[in-house]
Design a protein around this ligand. Structure first.
Ligand code: GLC
Length: 756
C-alpha cells in the first residue's frame, strides 16, 4: 500500500514539473512574440524595416563620398540625388556642420521614411587638430595618452558632424617599404592589440549617443599589412598559424573592446579577396568573435573582385560580397545597381539584405540618430571645440612622447644634445625645416597646415634670443642640387646645424610604397655636403616610416626620429632639442640596416642554424650582420637607465599559478626621465617552433635622478598561449626564458618552467 502511495506522489511530482516547463515555454514564446520584451533598438528597427520597401532597404547599404577629401580612385557625382531618393545609408568625406546638416535635412525631410545618414571620415590621427601619425604615437607606449588622443579626435570630429571614423587601422606590418605602416602601430601583436583596445575605447567612449563620441571602424580586415614585396594592394599569403599568432590579434582585441564596424581589406586572404571572404567575415568575425556591428568594404572593393578574377561580372561580385557578409558598399555602386534584380531573379535571398540593413539601422539607433538626426550638427559646438586649447595641448603632449632619440654620442668634448640655449647661431637645413603641410603626415584629414607650428617656428618660440639661419637645401624629390651651396654657406655660419630631413606626406601612407627607403631625392647628398663642414650636427628623421640611414648618416652623433608629429610638431621637436622635454619614445617598428634585410623584426624564429657571424653555416648574410640598425623597443634618453637583478617569484609555475617578474631599474643620470621597461618571453620548445622573443608586458615609468625602482610584472599561463600543432590556442608545459630590459635586444634574462 505504502509503495502505491509513494508511486502516486512521484507521478504527481513529475506531472507538476512537466506542467511548469510547458507553461514557462509558452510564456517565453509569448515574450519573444511580444515586442515589449525585445530590446528597444530591435523593436524600433524591426518596426521600421516592416515599413521599408526593398529599394529603400538596398539604399541603406550604400556609402558614397561627398568629395570633401579624395581618398580613392572614383568620385560619385550624383550622390545628392541618391540621398534625396532615400538610396544612401551613409556619406563620407563630407566636412563641417553646415554641409552635413543640409545633407541630413535632405535624408530626413525629403525621403519617404526619413532615415538619417551616417557621416564617416578618415579621422586617423585627428580631424582638424592633427596628432602624430599612429606609428609615431605608438612609440609613446602610453596607452592612456593614446586613448585620450582618440577621444579628443572623436570630440573634434563629432563637433563637425562626423559620427563614424574609419579608424583604428590595426594592420600589423613588418615591411617598411609599405607606405601604410604610418597608419599602424608597428610590428608587434601584443602592443598593437593593447593599442587597438585603447583607440576603440577612445573613439566610442561609454555612451554611443553622446555627440562627442563616434563609431570606430576596425581596418583593414584582414592582414593588409603583409603585402608581397611591401607593395600596396599586393597579394597577401601566409600560413593560418602566422595569421592567428601575429596578424589577427589586434583586430580581435578591437572587436572585444566593442568596435562597432569593420572595414574589409583590398587584399585577398588565402586566395579569397577579403571583401568576399566568408571565412574572415562570417566564421571568424561573427561566429568566433560574436561581432554584432556592420561590415563596410574599402573603397570600391566590391567592384575590384572582378580585377581579382574572383567574380566575372558586377552581379557575381554583389552576390559573393553579400553572401560573405559585407553589409555596406563603399563607393562601388555595385549593390545599388544589382541587388534588386538579384532578389527578383532569386539569385540572392532578401533575408541577406535584411540582415545587412538591420545591422546598419541598429548602429544609427545606438548613435541616437533616430531620436535626433541633428544630434551631431551643432554649429556652436563646432566653433567651441575645433582647435580648442585642450585639444592642442594634448597634441603637443602626444608629439613629445612620440619622439625617439636614436643617437646622442660625444662630439667635440661632449654630447650635442640637449642643445644649450646659450648657442648664438643655429642653422636649420633641409626640406622639413620650415615645412608645415608635411608635418601633418599622411591621412591628415581636415588638418589645416596654417595652424601647424613648423620646426623653425618651434625653435624660434623656444629660444627667442637665438639667431636662426635657414636653408632649404633641396626638395623631397628630384635631382636638383642647386640649393646645396647656399646650405653649406649657411652651415658654415652656425654653431650647430639641424638637418631637417625626411618624407613629404605623399611619400608614405596609401599607394605610397617605396622600394628604397632612405631619404628620398638628393637629401643624403646634401647631408654629406653639410657633414664636410665639420659642424656639430643633429639629424632629424621626419618621415612616415622607418628610414634607412646610409653609413655616413649613421655616424652623425645626434639623431632624432621625429616621424610626422602633426599640428604641434615644431614645438615638440624644439622642446626635445633644447632639453625642455627628455625624449622617452621607443621604436615600435624595427629600423633595417638596408632593404635587403626586410622583413626584419625582433620576434624572429631561431632556425636550425641560428645566426653566428663566426660560423659560415648559419643563417646570415655575407655583407651585413643580421642585427637591424635599430631594434624594436629601442629609444634613448638624455639620462641613463641601468637594469639589474631580474628576479622571479619562482622557477616553476603550474597553469593555475602566477609568476611575478621583478627587475631593478635605476636612473643613473642627472635628470629625470621616462623609461619603457619591456618584458619578453621565449618558449624554448614547442609542438611548433616558437619565436626567440615575444613582448608580454611593458611599463612606462618616470624616475628622478638617482632613483631606483623595482618594476614588476605578472605572468600567467594564459600569457604563454599560442596556436599549437593542432591549431589549438594553448600554453604548453616546458622551459621558458623571461627577459626584461630597455629594448628587445638589451635585456636581463632568467629561466622558469611551466609544469602540466
Ligand atoms: C581608402 C583606404 C581606407 C579608407 C577609405 C575611405 O582607400 O584604404 O583606409 O578608410 O579609402 O577613405
Amino acid at each position: 500500500m505504502v509503495r502505491i502511495i509513494w508511486q502516486n506522489r512521484i507521478l504527481s511530482l513529475i506531472l507538476f514539473i512537466v506542467l511548469i516547463i510547458f507553461f514557462s515555454c509558452q510564456s517565453d514564446k509569448k515574450l519573444l512574440n511580444n515586442p515589449s520584451s525585445q530590446k528597444p533598438e530591435t523593436e524600433f528597427v524591426n518596426n521600421l524595416m516592416e515599413r521599408m520597401t526593398l529599394e529603400e532597404k538596398i539604399g541603406q547599404l550604400n556609402l558614397y563620398t561627398a568629395g570633401g577629401d579624395v581618398t580613392g580612385p572614383t568620385m560619385n557625382g550624383n550622390y545628392i540625388a541618391k540621398v534625396k531618393a532615400g538610396r544612401v545609408g551613409a556619406v563620407f568625406n563630407a566636412l563641417s556642420v553646415s554641409f552635413n546638416k543640409e545633407l541630413q535635412r535632405m535624408a530626413v525631410e525629403e525621403t519617404r521614411l526619413g532615415i538619417p545618414l551616417l557621416f564617416g571620415y578618415d579621422v586617423i590621427h585627428g580631424y582638424r587638430t592633427i596628432f602624430p601619425i599612429p606609428l609615431a604615437e605608438s612609440c609613446s607606449w602610453n596607452l592612456e595618452l593614446m586613448e585620450k588622443t582618440a577621444a579628443l579626435a572623436a570630440e573634434e570630429a563629432a563637433s563637425a558632424g562626423i559620427n563614424w571614423t574609419f579608424s583604428p587601422m590595426l594592420d600589423i606590418s613588418r615591411d617598411p617599404r609599405w607606405g601604410r605602416v604610418a597608419e599602424g602601430s608597428g610590428e608587434d601583436p601584443f602592443l598593437c592589440s593593447m593599442i587597438a583596445r585603447t583607440r576603440v575605447k577612445g573613439y566610442q567612449g561609454e555612451d554611443p549617443e553622446s555627440p562627442q563620441t563616434i563609431l570606430a571602424c576596425v581596418k583593414h580586415f584582414a592582414a593588409y599589412g603583409a603585402p608581397v614585396a611591401g607593395r600596396d594592394y599586393a597579394t597577401v599569403d601566409m600560413s593560418e598559424r602566422m595569421f592567428r599568432d601575429v596578424y589577427l590579434p589586434p583586430y580581435q582585441a578591437a572587436i572585444e573592446a566593442g568596435a562597432s564596424t569593420v572595414m574589409t581589406a583590398f587584399n585577398e586572404f588565402d586566395g579569397v579577396p577579403a571583401t568576399a571572404n566568408s571565412y574572415l567575415l562570417d566564421s571568424i568575425l561573427r561566429k568566433e568573435w560574436g561581432f554584432d556591428g556592420f561590415v563596410v568594404t574599402d573603397f570600391n572593393s566590391i567592384k575590384e573582385l572582378n580585377n581579382h578574377g574572383f567574380s566575372e561580372n558586377d552581379e557575381m561580385a554583389a552576390i559573393l560580397s553579400l553572401n560573405a557578409g559585407v553589409d555596406m558598399d563603399m563607393q562601388s555602386d555595385i549593390y545599388a545597381a544589382n541587388l534588386m534584380n538579384l532578389v527578383k531573379s532569386n539569385r540572392i535571398e532578401e533575408k541577406k539584405i535584411d540582415e545587412a540593413v538591420r545591422r546598419i539601422l541598429i548602429m544609427k539607433y545606438r548613435l541616437g540618430l533616430f531620436r535626433d538626426p541633428y544630434l551631431y550638427l551643432d554649429e556652436e559646438r563646432e566653433k567651441a571645440t575645433i582647435y580648442s586649447n585642450k585639444i592642442l595641448n594634448h597634441a603637443l603632449a602626444s608629439a613629445l612622447e612620440s619622439i625617439v632619440l636614436l643617437r646622442n654620442e660625444n662630439y667635440g668634448g661632449g654630447k650635442i644634445l640637449p642643445l644649450s640655449k646659450g648657442i648664438k647661431n643655429l642653422a636649420i637645413i633641409g626640406p622639413m625645416g620650415k615645412n608645415k603641410l608635411d608635418m601633418l603626415g599622411c591621412w591628415h584629414a581636415a588638418g589645416d597646415e596654417r595652424k601647424v607650428t613648423n620646426l623653425f617656428e618651434g625653435i624660434q618660440e623656444q629660444v627667442s634670443q637665438l639667431n636662426i639661419l635657414y636653408s632649404l637645401g633641396c626638395d623631397f624629390e628630384g635631382e636638383d642640387i642647386s640649393g646645396f651651396s647656399h646650405a653649406v654657406k649657411t652651415a658654415q655660419q652656425a654653431d650647430v646645424v639641424i638637418l631637417a630631413m625626411g618624407e613629404n606626406d605623399a611619400q608614405n601612407g596609401e599607394a605610397a610604397s617605396r622600394s628604397q627607403i632612405g631619404f628620398p631625392g638628393v637629401q643624403s647628398r646634401l647631408i654629406a655636403e653639410i657633414r664636410k663642414t665639420g659642424k656639430p650636427t643633429v639629424l632629424l628623421v621626419m618621415a612616415g616610416r622607418p628610414i634607412i640611414l646610409n653609413d655616413e648618416e649613421q655616424q652623425i652623433p645626434a639623431i632624432i626620429n621625429t616621424w610626422h608629429l602633426g599640428t604641434q610638431g615644431g614645438r615638440a621637436i624644439a622642446q626635445v632639442l633644447f632639453g625642455d622635454y627628455n625624449p622617452s619614445g621607443k621604436l615600435t617598428m624595427t629600423i633595417p640596416r638596408n632593404e635587403g634585410q626586410i622583413p626584419v623584426f625582433y620576434s624572429q624564429k631561431n632556425t636550425g642554424r641560428p645566426y653566428n657571424p663566426k660560423d659560415r653555416f648559419t643563417t646570415k648574410y655575407l655583407d651585413i650582420p643580421n642585427e637591424p640598425l635599430f631594434p624594436f623597443g629601442f629609444g634613448l634618453s638624455y639620462t641613463q637607465f641601468d637594469y639589474s637583478s631580474l628576479q622571479l617569484s619562482d622557477s616553476i609555475i603550474s597553469p593555475q599559478e602566477e609568476l611575478v617578474v621583478k627587475v631593478m631599474v635605476r636612473n643613473s643620470g642627472k635628470i629625470s626621465g621616462e623609461e619603457v621597461v619591456q618584458l619578453y618571453v621565449r618558449d624554448l620548445v614547442g609542438s611548433v617552433t616558437r619565436p626567440i622573443k615575444e613582448l608580454k608586458g611593458f611599463r612606462k615609468i618616470l624616475l628622478e635622478p638617482g632613483e631606483i625602482r623595482w618594476v614588476s610584472f605578472t605572468l600567467k599561463s594564459d600569457d604563454l598561449r599560442f596556436y599549437n600543432r593542432e591549431m589549438k590556442f594553448v600554453a604548453e608545459p616546458g622551459a621558458f626564458m623571461v627577459y626584461a630590459g630597455t629594448n628587445s635586444a638589451e635585456c636581463l634574462s632568467a629561466k622558469f618552467n611551466l609544469i602540466p
